[in-house]
Ligand binder design. Structure first.
Ligand SMILES: Cc1cc2nc3c(=O)[nH]c(=O)nc-3n(C[C@H](O)[C@H](O)[C@H](O)COP(=O)(O)OP(=O)(O)OC[C@H]3O[C@@H](n4cnc5c(N)ncnc54)[C@H](O)[C@@H]3O)c2cc1C
Length: 342
């Protein structure tokens, strides 16, 4: 039986991207089932349209309009099952990530409490292997299911097949635009240890006298820290970290450290060091700067913001100016963490 899809034309995407920039898509469809997904892809293929998958739009940045079909993933559902001490949870791609984390916390299920308050959908979480406060998605990842655009089949990917890295996975590289994630299965726990290895988190928990914090204590603390540092996209448009933290060689780091002794760093391997991009941007004098309505957040220089009516192009121009100035001052080329369209 064929499915009746509602495919809209010339849709404004301002409310589908957390930067809040105005960009139009030629076609837009909301898909709630895998069958609808198949139909929507068939429509795009018949019309020769490029496909763009959108969840919450909190890691997608539109420089200009999109001339293709936006697939807004709204497939819902969660299934919890026990396996010895573990709880396996299969979650559909369209579920809201933070609401899912809160549900687990409420049920006393641990493993993702450090990832509280990250905006967006469950289906997008593996794309850049979301991470915060000492935990990355890959730490609790079991497998995922994806609709393969070429074969029209559902394929299961285990952890090693996803090739997770720092804000990276196979879905940003070899399989970019080829796989649509329909569900994610995580391995969570009921009686495990919480992770308080991240300094700011342990400091806050200690200050509250919580020497043996619960899953909920950790989630609450993460939410408190995030709310004090990061702008809420409902109040001011942003996509969280605009750039990735650069990873440089130890030799380059030693050279920079001699010029900037206070330069912070995190070891990655014996030869590689990660530098906070926000520190570089701040040090180059960009924090709180504004060009028209495009700006750099006043508390966190890694976050570019839309003060109101900035266009994608204006914010992109600001990002380019920042990149050039960081290259000039530190000889480091920043790369965007956001997925850029246009
Ligand atoms: C205030 C703020 C704070 C943030 N903090 C963090 C943080 O701490 N850590 C972190 O890692 N990220 C953070 N982010 C980034 C963002 O929340 C995550 O990357 C999130 O996973 C994006 O989800 P989304 O549904 O909004 O993705 P979208 O922007 O809709 O999509 C992101 C990318 O994934 C693709 N995609 C989406 N869904 C699917 C799917 N089902 N199948 C295939 N491809 C898909 C899209 O095509 C796009 O390329 C933050 C963002 C904001 C605005």
């Amino acid at each position: 039986m064929s499915i009746e899809l509602t495919i809209k034309q010339d849709v404004d995407l301002s409310s589908f991207n957390t930067m809040g920039v105005s960009a139009k898509t030629s076609f837009f469809v909301e898909v709630c089932t895998i069958a609808e997904l198949g139909e929507a892809i068939q429509f795009a293929e018949e019309k020769g349209l490029e496909i763009l998958v959108l969840g919450g739009g909190s890691n997608t940045f539109f420089i200009k309009d999109f001339t293709g079909l936006v697939l807004h993933i709204s497939i819902l559902g969660k299934k919890f099952s026990s396996r010895e001490d573990d709880i396996l949870v299969k979650v559909a791609a369209g579920e809201n990530w933070h609401a899912f984390v809160l549900k687990c916390v409420e049920m006393g299920i641990g493993g993702i409490e450090n990832l509280s308050l990250i905006p967006g959908s469950v289906g997008a979480a593996p794309i850049q292997n979301i991470g915060a406060y000492g935990v990355e998605l890959e730490d609790v990842f079991e497998n995922l299911e994806a609709f393969m655009i070429d074969s029209k089949e559902i394929r299961t990917f285990n952890k090693s097949e996803c090739k997770f890295g720092y804000r990276d996975s196979i879905f940003k590289k070899e399989l970019k635009g080829k796989a649509i994630i329909t569900s994610v299965t995580l391995k969570l726990f009921r009686n495990g240890e919480v992770n308080t290895s991240y300094k700011a988190l342990s400091v806050l928990l200690e200050s509250k006298g919580l020497s043996k914090p619960t899953i909920k204590d950790v989630s609450d603390a993460v939410i408190e820290i995030r709310q004090s540092k990061l702008p809420d996209p409902k109040e001011i448009g942003n996509t969280g970290s605009f750039f990735k933290n650069p990873v440089i060689s130890v030799q380059q780091f030693d050279l920079l450290k001699s010029e900037f002794p206070e330069l912070p760093s995190y070891p990655v391997t014996e030869r590689l060091v990660k530098i906070p991009a926000g520190w570089l941007i701040d040090k180059a004098g960009w924090k709180g700067k504004r060009i028209g309505d495009a700006g750099v957040h006043s508390k966190q220089a890694l976050v570019l913001v839309n003060h109101g009516k900035a266009t994608g192009e204006e914010i992109w121009n600001l990002a380019e100016e920042i990149r050039l100035s960081i290259k000039e001052k530190f000889d480091i080329m920043l790369t965007p963490e956001v997925n850029v369209v246009g």
